[in-house]
Design a protein around this ligand. Structure first.
Ligand SMILES: [Zn+2]
Length: 179
C-alpha cells in the first residue's frame, strides 16, 4: 500500500480556509434546500421563532455534537481489525473521534464518515415526529449539516481521486492510500 495523499486540516492553513469556505456553501445550499420545499408546499414561510427557540437550538445542537462523534466512533470500532480503543477528545475547538494507525477500505471509510450525518438527520426527523418544535429542528439540521463540511470534504477528495483504495484517520486529518 502506497501513500497517495495526506490532508492535514489543523496545520494546512490553505486547506483549513478551503473547508471553511466549503462549509459556507453547504450552509447556503442546505438553507435553500430547507426553505424551498416549504415555500413550494405551503406557499409561505410560517416559522415560529422565539427567544426560547434560540436556547432549544443551542441545547439540541450541543447535545448532538458528542453524539455525532460517538457515531463516527461506533463505526471506527465496527470496521476495526486491531480492536484498539477509539480515541475521543477535544482539540482546537472541535470534538473528535479518532482511530489512528488503523487502515480502512474506501467504502468502510465512506460509511464511517457519512454515518453521523445520516443517522443524526434521521434523529432530527424522528424528534419532530415526536412533537419537538420543527422550526428548531430545521435550524439544528442546517447547523449540523454545515458542521459536517469536513466530513463531506473527505468524500469529495475520494470522489475526485478514484484511485484511492484505503484510508487512515490521523490526529490532524486523513491519509489516503492506493494498494
Ligand atoms: Zn464528523
Amino acid at each position: 500500500m502506497q501513500l497517495y495523499k495526506e490532508l492535514n486540516i489543523l496545520e494546512d492553513k490553505k486547506l483549513y480556509n478551503k473547508i471553511n469556505l466549503f462549509s459556507l456553501v453547504i450552509l447556503v445550499i442546505t438553507t435553500v434546500a430547507v426553505l424551498l420545499p416549504h415555500l413550494i408546499i405551503l406557499k409561505e414561510l410560517n416559522f415560529s421563532f422565539s427567544i426560547s427557540s434560540y436556547f432549544w437550538v443551542l441545547g439540541i445542537f450541543l447535545i448532538f455534537l458528542p453524539i455525532h462523534e460517538f457515531i463516527h466512533g461506533i463505526f471506527f470500532k465496527a470496521f476495526s481489525k486491531s480492536g484498539k480503543k477509539i480515541k475521543y477528545g477535544f482539540s482546537k475547538g472541535m470534538l473528535y473521534a479518532s482511530n489512528p494507525g488503523e487502515f480502512y477500505t474506501k467504502w468502510q471509510f465512506v460509511i464511517i464518515i457519512l454515518a453521523p450525518f445520516l443517522l443524526n438527520s434521521i434523529l432530527f426527523f424522528l424528534l419532530s415526529m415526536f412533537g419537538l418544535d420543527s422550526t428548531v429542528l430545521w435550524i439544528v439540521f442546517i447547523l449540523h449539516t454545515t458542521g459536517c463540511a469536513g466530513d463531506f470534504w473527505y468524500i469529495y477528495e475520494m470522489i475526485k481521486n478514484p484511485a484511492i483504495t484505503h484510508c487512515e484517520d490521523t490526529p490532524v486529518g486523513v491519509k489516503f492510500f492506493v494498494s
